[in-house]
Design a protein around this ligand. Sequence first.
Ligand SMILES: Nc1ncnc2c1ncn2[C@@H]1O[C@H](COP(=O)(O)OP(=O)(O)OP(=O)(O)O)[C@@H](O)[C@H]1O
Length: 581
Amino acid sequence: MNRQLPVASRSEVRTAALRDLGADRWAVVGVVVVNGLAAAAGLIGPWLLGRIIDTIQAGSGDVLSAVDRLAFGALLFTVVQTALAWWALKIGYRFGERTAARVRERFLQRTLALPPRVADHLPAGDLIARGSTDAALVATTLRSAVPEVLVATVHALFLVVAVLVLDLRLGLCGLVCLLGVGGAVRWYMRRARPVYLAVAATGAEVADVVASTAKGARTIELLGLEERRHQVSEAAIAESRSARLGALWLRSVLFPWSEIALGVPVVGVLLVGGTLYANDLVSLGVVVTATVYLRQLVGPLDTLMLWIEQLQGAGASYARVEGLADIPTAEPAPAQSGGDHGDRIRVADAHFSYTGARDVLRGIDLLVQPGERLAIVGTSGAGKSTLARLLAGLDRPHTGSVTIGGRPVADLPPDELREHVVLITQDHHVFHDSLRDNLLIAKPDATDEELYDALTAVGAEWLEDLPEGLDSVIGVDTDLADASAQQLSLARVVLADPHTLILDEATSLLDPRTARQTEQSLAAVLRGRTVIAIAHRLQTAHDADRIAVMEAGELVELGTHDELVQAGRVYGQLWRTWNVD
Ligand SMILES: Nc1ncnc2c1ncn2[C@@H]1O[C@H](COP(=O)(O)OP(=O)(O)OP(=O)(O)O)[C@@H](O)[C@H]1O
């Protein structure tokens, strides 16, 4: 299972990074300017040191007080440099925090904006990894890397220019000696992006395997698939390990190489400077100043090397976080079947496939009239739940159409869809929030009276025991039992007030007592609506207005209970077998 979400290309990442920098451009300018001042202040100390040496060497006049003045100046500018560098970092860190928040928000908004039919089929592990590990790495990098890289770059540039201005020969010698560092960075950069993308992707694959194993634990145990899952997990971990070793190998070459290369300019300038000084071509102060400048260069260059390495990992994560924008959500809307009005649901020659390889629904034609109760029956795997998902707009047929009042269900915006059709399954979610907010999801402008009415309609008697009423926080003020949580989700349905309900296994797996309670609540919700129920018990089918029988992805029979029993085909035989039992 090697499904991965899209990854943004280099140019998309560049555009996103520029947009993020541009959104806070004054902070970026602030970091550069304040840090430029800090770097300039930092250059004065070594220069004054050179002057001290030259003054002592000259030995004329009041040497002591001249040295005192120069030393005081060096101290003063060191303090000014420290203060300015601290200020620049402060602006930078604040910029980083704001930008990290922006990146996270964008990720969250993109995730929430995905239509359910797309979100339902995304690899959960990869999505979780992007929202957590990747987003965290991007945030940390923005928070620390951007200010520190800006600070180090400006500082390094100032030092290089200062050596060149101080003495062109020594400056050029330093620059030539720095080529080794350039070589190390170039070697590393050429190899880093695919390696770090592989680290992130294989990490997400491990998360995906663990998440799907945990989700399907019961099935795995029942079918004795432990060994196979073990093998799949081992394979994913081995891939992740090998990708990480690849990244480690790059680092283990980059760091020793660059450490050695960073020492070379100091050695070079001492050799060349010493020769020049011996031949009276330069003063000792200038050689010392140039050496100190190049020694100081090790600090910012070390920082840059460290961040270049980290930035590769963060760049890969940024590409994964931004890649969410490339998930295709819009598909060409299938042709509308005209002539339908109001709440009528029409399925016309619908075909659907989960994988693209095999159609699990084939040529389904169905017309459901407003107010009708339709039961769908069929053997396991016949395609009942898939048809329910299409009817609820959670998936779209790849050919044919599923429409409500002539409009494709999957095209309706979530708010509008909820007013038309709601799918009720056993999967309901109660948020760790107040009861009121849990209900307002379904109807944001509902009054308290409406909320009470909805809860009363589904028989939520526990409401009276809540200490804070609608303000009670679930999980703090009260814990809801299974049946009560199901009632809460049914109350949401009452508030959304859709004209059509689709029931898929709403009660089949509940214990008998909870199922009885839930069915009573459900009965109140069903009143006056179109109901399409996947029937696990033939009694449910018997009570419906019409029954649709599915077999191997096709709708093979459609009619009333009496008609189908009389026809004596699939449903008739099922009914006879059930009655004999
Ligand atoms: N997410 C999925 N990805 C791939 N195939 C799927 C997926 N969900 C279902 N299928 C396949 O589609 C076919 C129809 O499944 P569906 O769940 O719709 O059948 P069903 O009639 O509801 O069965 P049951 O009564 O056991 O729930 C089956 O072959 C199933 O294996």
